[in-house]
Design a protein around this ligand. Structure first.
Ligand SMILES: Cc1cc2nc3c(=O)[nH]c(=O)nc-3n(C[C@H](O)[C@H](O)[C@H](O)COP(=O)(O)OP(=O)(O)OC[C@H]3O[C@@H](n4cnc5c(N)ncnc54)[C@H](O)[C@@H]3O)c2cc1C
Length: 508
């Protein structure tokens, strides 16, 4: 028999990813007590930072939306508005280009903040598609316009839906219609050129890890339009600054985060969530439990009642990642190099494991992340956990396999950064096994993806089949990405707060 702590908080949150922390901060500020359990000794999950030999690396995310001060509200600029509400400052620096694409056949285009410059660059490469390019990106602007005027809340909250529908009937209907549309099918209405359509696939793949036909138009409307409005802004000090600031917000209003505290089970009584059990056997009770773990980890590991098992075939499972964290001599980075880059050598392989190389050099924006005269380079490619599970972590074979893949990625990148391999002074490699270990994510996956034919409203929302158990993070609507999971946190906090009788105001 283990200790059961009587009602430790109103709401227990499992995991301190951005989704979980956003939920906790907004509930706590509303006077609903929260307790966050995190298995690591630091917050942020895929949006954390780590330090090695004087370099500070982003563990995952490094392209950030949502930090603009341009007055646009609705579902946009959520970081600015949440931190303003919490009274916490996060300094950012503007990033002039979302991604510089380096594609086959010498096709290279930076997706820059200046929308017209970007459209003109595409039209210069595809003059016969000038009209189609303008029409396609105009459709994304329409989504952006709607989303920046409808307040952020839960799609499961009838009061919220009523308020939004009553105040904005035309925009609500327009958004509902667009929710059923795909980005790729919309592109094909206007564009026929195969190479340009591949580029549009890449625009989706860059964050959704799916082609454009499988990517909802609504998600594209945020990522590919807001980069030209709110823009991309990098937090000074690295990605880990964001979860740390959310933790300060939680603590400021009396909540707490317990690190090195892995939840091993969600306690159910008569099919209702009552609390959680930690790895040391201690049990904690709450009025509601919010899981920031993936949908597979929540329902196939933490909930042991087989009635709630999550069938893997319900969604596609995104791959995991192989990552390289490099400390390099600054001389290898050319002048005017952009921070975030995507490199594809062969269109036939772009969506195969390792086919697309993502690489960033955030020290171009924040020099404090590396020793003087050095830069950090963060590179990653998709990888499947199944291909790595045969290795014993730490074994010679495992270390060799990591070195072989790293050498391949580095040599392919030398097309853009000649001399990279000689400039490396520090190299840290992470395989899908590292993702499983540090993030507790099933197969180290980037998360569930929609299957062809599913629409965005079929993503899990915050309520679950278990009463009093809620879900937040990239397994839930709207999906992967730091700003997306922040939205899921706002939506989850709004729903739970109303349920507990203390509804949230809309973010200003
Ligand atoms: C390589 C990579 C690059 C990316 N690049 C970008 C980018 O540039 N821009 C962008 O917007 N997004 C990017 N993303 C995606 C983005 O980082 C994620 O979608 C987002 O951070 C996920 O947040 P989350 O709230 O779902 O939780 P996660 O980040 O998965 O965090 C969950 C937390 O819960 C903890 N946890 C899990 N289970 C338990 C348990 N049982 N007990 C206690 N704690 C537990 C974990 O340790 C973790 O800290 C990237 C992701 C990766 C992996």
């Amino acid at each position: 028999m283990h200790d059961v702590i009587d009602r430790s908080a109103d709401v227990i949150i499992i995991g301190s990813g951005i989704g979980g922390l956003t939920t906790a901060a907004l509930l706590q500020q509303q006077g609903i007590s929260t307790l966050v359990f995190e298995k690591n000794r630091y917050p942020g999950g895929s949006c954390s930072s780590f330090q090695r030999e004087g370099y500070r690396f982003d563990a995952g995310a490094s392209v950030f939306y949502g930090f603009a001060e341009n007055g646009r509200g609705g579902t946009l600029n959520l970081h600015t508005r949440i931190f303003r509400q919490l009274g916490i400052e996060v300094k950012t620096v503007p990033d002039p280009v979302q991604i510089h694409y380096h594609l086959p056949n010498g096709f290279s285009v930076p997706a820059c903040y200046d929308r017209q410059a970007f459209i003109d660059a595409l039209a210069a490469r595809f003059p016969h598609e000038k009209k189609g390019i303008a029409e396609f990106y105009r459709e994304l602007e329409e989504v952006y316009d709607i989303l920046s005027s409808l307040p952020a809340g839960s799609l499961e909250d009838i009061v919220h839906l009523g308020v939004v529908g009553f105040n904005n009937p035309l925009k609500t209907v327009a958004l509902a219609m667009k929710s059923f549309r795909s980005m790729g099918k919309t592109a094909r209405k206007y564009i026929a050129d195969e190479e340009l359509l591949r580029f549009i696939d890449m625009e989706a793949y860059s964050w959704a890890v799916q082609d454009a036909v499988s990517t909802p138009l609504v998600n594209a409307g945020i990522c590919l339009a807001d980069r030209h409005h709110g823009g991309i802004n990098y937090p000074v000090g690295g990605s880990g600054v964001i979860p740390q600031a959310l933790c300060r917000g939680i603590e400021k209003f009396g909540g707490s985060i317990r690190f090195l505290s892995e939840v091993t089970g969600i306690i159910l009584e008569n099919g209702e969530a009552r609390g959680v059990r930690l790895a040391d056997g201690t049990e904690y009770a709450a009025r509601a439990v919010v899981s920031n773990a993936t949908v597979w980890d929540t329902f196939n590991r933490l909930v042991t009642d087989s009635r709630f098992r999550m069938d893997e075939s319900r969604f596609l499972r995104a791959p995991s990642w192989f990552q390289l964290f490099l400390g390099v001599d600054a001389s290898v980075i050319p002048k005017d190099f952009y921070v975030h880059n995507i490199l594809v050598d062969d269109w036939k392989r772009y969506n195969q494991p390792g086919g697309t190389i993502y690489f960033s050099a955030p020290t171009l924006l924040d020099h404090s992340l590396a020793p003087t005269g050095k830069h950090t380079i963060h590179m990653f490619v998709t990888a499947e956990a199944d291909d790595w599970e045969t290795y014993q972590r730490g074994s010679r074979e495992y270390l060799e396999a990591k070195e072989v893949l790293a050498a391949n990625v580095i040599s392919r990148t030398e097309r853009i950064l000649p001399g990279l391999s000689e400039a490396i002074e520090l190299k840290v490699l992470a395989s899908p096994l590292t993702h499983v270990r540090y993030l507790n994510r099933y197969k180290g996956s980037y998360g569930p993806l929609l299957k062809p034919g599913q629409n965005i409203l079929q993503k899990p929302q915050n309520t679950t089949p278990v009463k009093n158990l809620y879900a937040v993070g990239d397994s839930t609507f709207p999906g992967q990405g730091v700003i997306a999971v922040t939205y899921s946190g706002v939506s989850c906090a709004s729903y739970v707060a109303r349920k507990l009788g203390k509804p949230l105001e809309y973010l200003l």
